[in-house]
Design a protein around this ligand. Structure first.
Ligand SMILES: [Zn+2]
Length: 285
């Protein structure tokens, strides 16, 4: 099946998958007890659930922009097993090729944050086994604060960052730093939310009467729409909660297109209201 696309004015928005991987289900749902979340999401014998790796391709006005790059392909056999990385159905460069985009054509890569499951495809291994930029003509963007955070991790955050995903980009002179929210192209802006990580950005598109939001790790899967369903990984879950309470009512009332980065079954969705303050995601159609 071709990657799903939505037209927003002059812009074509496409969810391009880098496959799937597995993470601990308890960590993915924080304070929610397993008897509740296992009714919603299938769990394997090692208590892991499957996550999608939906990156966002934005094309229009002569531009080819990619938001996040998935897990990438630099993993050894042991790591592939530990994370259950599965590129059999989808892999980012193949998904881009399915919509006619070569790595050379990507002009901009926006990193919502530098966690390894969001920027793993920034680089790939060359013939010598060195990590080199996957998109040789692209300017890659990260918040300067996120760069500082990622390059000076603490004991709680270190496991989320792998320098081979971003140092080679810097060394190649392809990395630029944003100081705040910025316009990627007309109608497309980054949107700082924090919470999951202090410098987490979303990407918001307003074009052709449609508002679309790439939710990154704020609401990673459709199952995380209910307000207290927040990942245990989040460094500041109360900020995540506040942002969800800010965004979900608008998204439901105004019919926003939501892009779930980690939902393999439902990359594109809208919210419907169930009761006061309670929403549910349904597939975009
Ligand atoms: Zn993250």
């Amino acid at each position: 099946m071709a990657p799903p696309s939505v037209q927003a004015g002059e812009l074509t928005l496409t969810a391009v998958s880098d496959g799937t991987y597995l993470l601990d289900g308890g960590a993915m749902f924080g304070i929610i007890p397993k008897p509740l979340w296992e009714k919603v999401v299938p769990v394997d014998p090692r208590n892991r659930i499957m996550l999608g790796l939906n990156c966002l391709l934005i094309r229009g006005g002569g531009r080819t922009v990619l938001v996040d790059t998935g897990m990438g392909t630099k993993w050894d056999a042991k790591e592939c097993e530990r994370y259950g990385i599965d590129h059999s159905r989808h892999e980012l460069v193949r998904s881009l090729a399915e919509v006619g985009v070569s790595p050379e054509q990507v002009d901009t890569v926006v990193c919502t944050h530098l966690h390894f499951d969001h920027v793993g495809g920034n680089t790939m291994l060359d013939g010598q086994g060195d990590a080199v930029p996957t998109f040789p003509n692209a300017t890659y963007w990260t918040r300067r604060d996120e760069w500082e955070w990622a390059t000076h991790p603490n004991e709680r955050t270190a496991g989320s960052y792998r320098s081979e995903n971003f140092l080679p980009i810097h060394e190649a002179g392809q990395l630029r730093f944003s100081e705040g929210d910025w316009e990627v192209l007309p109608g497309v802006r980054t949107w700082w939310v924090g919470g999951h990580a202090p410098f987490l950005d979303l990407v918001r598109i307003d074009a052709g009467g449609l508002t679309a939001v790439y939710l990154a790790d704020l609401i990673p899967m459709a199952a995380h729409v209910p307000l207290p369903w927040i990942m245990g990984y989040d460094l500041d879950p109360v900020t995540t909660l506040q942002r969800k309470k800010q965004i979900e009512p608008q998204a439901a009332e105004q019919g926003w297109l939501l892009i779930f980065e980690h939902d393999d079954a439902m990359p594109l969705a809208r919210l419907v209201s169930e009761a006061a303050g309670r929403y549910r995601a349904v597939a975009w159609s």
